[in-house]
Ligand binder design. Sequence first.
Ligand code: GRF
Length: 190
Amino acid sequence: MRIAVAVSGGGSNLQALLDSLPAAGPAKIALVVSNTPKAGGLARAESRGVTTAVFRDFSSAEEWLALLEGHGIELIVLAGYLKLVPAPVIAKFRGRIVNVHPALLPAFGGPGMYGKRVHEAVIAAGAVESGCTVHLVDEAYDRGEILAQARVPVLPGDTAESLAARVLIAEHQLLPKVVLDLAARITRAS
Ligand code: GRF
């Protein structure tokens, strides 16, 4: 199973995937794509010898599909990817694109709910727990079928930063597990 990972930022979730899915295993990271050359995830991929690409136009379905097809990609992971995936790509990869979101969806998701804002909203709401969600991607932000969640406490005195750090640890554990499960499920079904 050849997996593409899309990143926009530091890429710690990508790192967790690279560490958990060895190139010799049944599922491997074959391509890392980004909307920006500044994404730290690109360097993490390159240091492992994984092919990387930066979109000339991240809203171009043709560009996405040419890259994915050119690398024989069967499953896409959005790991801190902040742009909308073009609809024809979602249609072509339906059930084979997952996203990790740093809150317990359906709460604290949707347009504009990313990064620090998610954790600020959780704290402002007085929630006593938060966590992360891995879900299938459809045409709306953060709306696809939920595959798995992990919970963490919100502690008194938490800031968006301290809560984000706790949630991120949970993401690093949950995401590779769910990606492996989904890869196995797709393989069995094909
Ligand atoms: C993660 O919290 C992810 O859920 C969110 O953005 C953050 C990305 O972190 N979408 P990283 O780039 O994987 O370090």
